[in-house]
Write a protein of this length. Sequence first.
Length: 412
Amino acid sequence: MKQDVLNRAHQLLTARKPDWSLEQPFYVDPDFFDMEMELFFTRQWLFAAMTCEIPAAGDWIKVDIGRESVIVLRKADGQIAAYHNTCRHRGSRICLGEKGRARRLVCPYHQWSYELTGQLARTRLMGDDFSTEGFGLAPVAVGVVGGYIFLNLSDDPPAFEPFRAATEPYLLPHDLDNAKVVHTQSLVEQANWKLVIENNRECYHCAGSHPELMHIITEFDDPNDPNVSPAYKALLLKKGADWDALCLPHAHTETSPQYRAVRLPFTGGMVSMTMDGRPGCSRLLGNLTSPDLGSVRLLHLPNTWNHILADHAVTFRVFPVSAEETLVTTKWLVHKDAVEGVDYDVARLTEVWAETNNQDRQLAENNHLGIRGRAYRSGPYSDLIEGGTRDFVRWYAENLLGALDPLVDTAH
Ligand code: 3BY
Ligand code: FES
Ligand code: FE
């Protein structure tokens, strides 16, 4: 990392107007991006994949995070493990496809093969005194909660446990371990990753941009938001009582600025995130019997938000590609035994969020283009309706500043 970049980023964050958007280089400068990846992004727990995508021993899925590539797999004992996708011989990528099933991982270059535990199993023609000891694949830290697999690329990850413990009760009733992904939408957006998250964390833009979504949710739907309408407050009370009776947790977790789970009702009698508000899948998740459970909103900064409903779940994953490109991957899941054409129709199931994602993509890309111009200046977030965005940027700025503190020249 370049020292002048560290100094400049530190200076801008120190001088930052509290609760205003970030200065231009944080969104567009490739040197800032490299610095941010190293000091911030790759030290975070990142949502990578779902456990149901690798249901059997030997199932693997490749997860590319910037220039890093990770193999996430299920070991023979059923546990999930992850390894850097870099061979210990001369460093080739090992898994080249997107996913597969294998008894051993075989490097395509010179066929060194690895056990599912990461240990080097066999090599050809390395000589009698070569020992496979010490040539295991480099592990990547894994955290699993309610069917979600998170990875951490740092050698010294922060604890995953508080997030797991706080959110697991919300997820377990939906049994996403026993779901299946029925559709994936991958968008490479021409926007900095923070603009994707900033956009997601507010609904200031919703009335102007999301006609489909606004039949289902309201601009103000956080139970703690003082601007929640009386009608929505009444709905929260009514649905809260129903969910208490079903022993389904719904209160906002409120333990961390980085993550939360909360179950919120939909509006207008809608029970699902479909165009007509009726269930997108008639076979409900887990052993659920009521189709009207609103959605569990699972947030974990910096790279995922989720809607987990009675009938289906929608997961959103954000990976930075470069300062000006971001991969947004959306997956729709239903019960693993649901039958296409009988229980669900993919087009109907995916319509609302596929549209909404395209609208959000346009918003983030326009935002990015405007920020690239000479006239861009940091601007204020509304306390009334952009609290989520304000809190994300605040959290990001504090974390990055903390990482920069020990690295800057005191002279700058
Ligand atoms: O529903 C969501 O996932 C978020 C929250 C606010 C706006 N946005 C559509
Ligand atoms: Fe993998 Fe040679 S680089 S076997
Ligand atoms: Fe949006």
